[in-house]
Design a protein around this ligand. Structure first.
Ligand SMILES: Cc1cc2nc3c(=O)[nH]c(=O)nc-3n(C[C@H](O)[C@H](O)[C@H](O)COP(=O)(O)OP(=O)(O)OC[C@H]3O[C@@H](n4cnc5c(N)ncnc54)[C@H](O)[C@@H]3O)c2cc1C
Length: 397
């Protein structure tokens, strides 16, 4: 069996893993980034929508190679058809680019490689290795069909929603059914949607979640749905709701599918603790993803960067214990914990509202003088008329 030795092994070359690898390598750490697939960023499992504001914060320069569309704004719709239309000046924090995600992920991996990380494709982690003290000291895996070991001072689990590394390391990553959205998306062509507005439809069309239409130009769009796991029943799953929505929307009903993909997103407010001795979980593996929008690219990039910075500091003292890694916990919690919790509560409440209430909330928001639309400001407006919707987390609004 071939054995590799490094400072840090990062499992998963999604945005979280590539950012972690880049910042570890920039910090002078000998870093190996492994990815089980043969191609980074493919197959697609994403609606490809991101806001713009966080990119500078994590040092990512917008690049036309991975920007498919620069959105002018967003439309939020009720099942009754009431529309709240936001231009970019108002929708800035929630809407921005529609990506070519496969190119975006590759660009981040390239940045990691440029910083000095070694990338190994078709290399799956299959377990963790523990040292004599019982602590994790690397991973076992299969690379190009061969058994391997990668011994490291710390392991970054960036292995996404299905993360196993955290579980192997003894961290509880289980989710309640109501904290899972089951998603399906069609890349549709021959449809008639606005070319530079992202559309979100909430209510009974997508119980506990929403339908999205994210344009990709030339009559093409990602048309998808997320449905709360606890609201899926036999015969009425995400596909059932999406097909029904498409059939009833004359802009989409004559469309054709170029690509189908399914996946899951977690909609909880993050793990209780995303570190242990010699192990850090980032992005979806740490369940750090916006519970209301299901947007996780930005969270993965941020947490990957934080992990890389903290590991660089740990290396200076050669201490990768849980205590030494706790600054990572503080960093992501300081930045995101309140928002994740607030949006998780909002998601729970929204899932209980019927279409009439949703329709009147959208009408009310339309009539408000909201300056910038983000989940926080929307909840502030909702709080005035529908205090029951924000019951239990009013202090965070
Ligand atoms: C249907 C859908 C639509 C979405 N739409 C959006 C959106 O529009 N905007 C947004 O911001 N977010 C969206 N998300 C969420 C977003 O895709 C994730 O939050 C983001 O990809 C998380 O990045 P990550 O690096 O943590 O994990 P991932 O991007 O999932 O990367 C994990 C990587 O680890 C690899 N891996 C897994 N196990 C192993 C192993 N054992 N060994 C080696 N490699 C392994 C995987 O192959 C994968 O490449 C969507 C998710 C879904 C499912």
């Amino acid at each position: 069996m071939k054995t590799y030795q490094c400072d840090i092994v990062v499992v998963g070359a999604g945005p979280g893993g590539s950012m972690a690898a880049k910042f570890c390598a920039q910090g002078g750490l000998d870093t190996i980034l492994i990815e089980k697939k043969a191609e980074i960023g493919a197959p697609l499992r994403c609606a490809e929508g991101v806001s713009k504001k966080w990119l500078a914060e994590v040092g990512i320069e917008p690049d036309p190679t991975w920007i498919r569309g620069d959105m002018k704004g967003a439309i939020i719709k009720s099942p009754q058809g009431t529309e709240f239309r936001l231009d970019e000046s108002k929708a800035g924090s929630e809407v921005g680019y529609v990506l070519e995600r496969h190119l975006f992920d590759k660009a981040l991996a390239r940045d990691a490689a440029e910083a000095g990380a070694k990338i190994m494709l078709r290399t799956s982690a299959t377990g963790v290795i523990r040292g004599a003290d019982g602590n994790v000291c690397g991973i076992r895996g299969r690379s190009m069909g061969e058994e391997i070991e990668i011994r490291a001072k710390a392991v970054v689990a960036a292995d996404g929603y299905e993360s196993q590394v955290g579980r192997w390391a003894g961290i509880d990553t289980t989710l309640k059914l109501s904290d899972i959205d089951s998603c399906i998306q069609y890349r549709m062509c021959n449809i008639d949607v606005e070319p530079d507005f992202c559309e979100f439809v909430i209510g009974s069309v997508a119980p506990g979640g929403y339908v999205w239409i994210f344009p990709k130009g030339k009559g093409i769009a990602n048309v998808g749905i997320g449905v709360m796991g606890s609201k899926c029943s036999k015969g009425a799953d995400a596909k059932y709701y999406l097909d029904k929505f498409i059939a009833e929307d004359p802009r989409l009903s004559k469309g054709q599918c170029l690509e189908i993909m399914g996946g899951f997103v977690s909609t909880c407010p993050g793990l209780d603790c995303a570190v242990d001795d010699n192990v850090i979980l980032v992005g979806d593996a740490a369940r750090i993803i916006d519970p209301i929008t299901g947007g996780g690219i930005c969270h993965a990039c941020r947490t990957g960067m934080y992990a890389g910075k903290v590991l660089t500091e740990c290396a200076k003292k050669n201490d990768f214990s849980k205590d030494a890694l706790m600054p990572y916990e503080k960093m992501w919690r300081d930045k995101m914990e309140d928002k994740l919790f607030r949006n998780w509560m909002a998601k729970e409440k929204l899932a209980t509202l019927d279409d009439e209430v949703i329709d009147s909330i959208i009408k009310m928001i339309k009539g408000s003088d909201i300056k910038e639309v983000n989940v926080y400001n929307l909840l502030k407006v909702i709080k005035q008329r529908y205090p029951q919707v924000v019951e239990g987390f009013e202090d965070l609004i």
